[in-house]
Design a protein around this ligand. Structure first.
Ligand SMILES: [Ca+2]
Ligand SMILES: [Ca+2]
Length: 139
């Protein structure tokens, strides 16, 4: 899978198959505030519901090369809001192909991100912590 890339005022964008993925690395927000920001663009936090899509997003995150000297994380759309160990997307569909990093989910939070320290595999994290995030917006 490949997609067209563009940069718009500090945001990195990747377009693919009717979707625009916006990588926000500079403005850090909690999971909920990030989702609200995505909704203001008529989207949601990214739904990584296939391996191919996950790989595309991870590859793009790695190419941003933001990890030099700093821990970089992007919140994604998976959440376990009712804290029962079953992760879901914004539309309550179950997360069927999670790409957790080593020893994750470690139980230290109920929101998911992709984390540089895990080569951008998934990490469960405290929903109140502020991180970068990735929105998925239909074009
Ligand atoms: Ca749940
Ligand atoms: Ca964790």
């Amino acid at each position: 899978m490949t997609g067209a890339k563009s940069s718009v005022s500090g945001r990195q964008e990747l377009r693919l198959e009717g979707l625009c993925f916006k990588f926000e690395a500079d403005t850090l927000r909690s999971w909920r505030d990030a989702e609200i920001d995505c909704q203001s663009d008529h989207g949601h936090l990214v739904k990584l519901d296939s391996s191919a899509k996950n790989e595309l997003i991870v590859k793009f995150a790695q190419e941003l090369r933001l990890e030099v000297g700093k821990l970089v994380g992007f919140n994604i759309g998976a959440k376990d809001g009712d804290e029962n160990g079953h992760w879901t997307w914004y539309d309550n569909t179950p997360v069927s192909s999670p790409k957790w990093g080593p020893n994750e989910p470690s139980g230290d939070g109920y929101c998911a991100q992709i984390l540089s320290a895990h080569s951008y595999r998934w990490n469960d994290v405290n929903c109140s912590d502020s991180w970068g995030y990735i929105c998925e917006i239909p074009m």
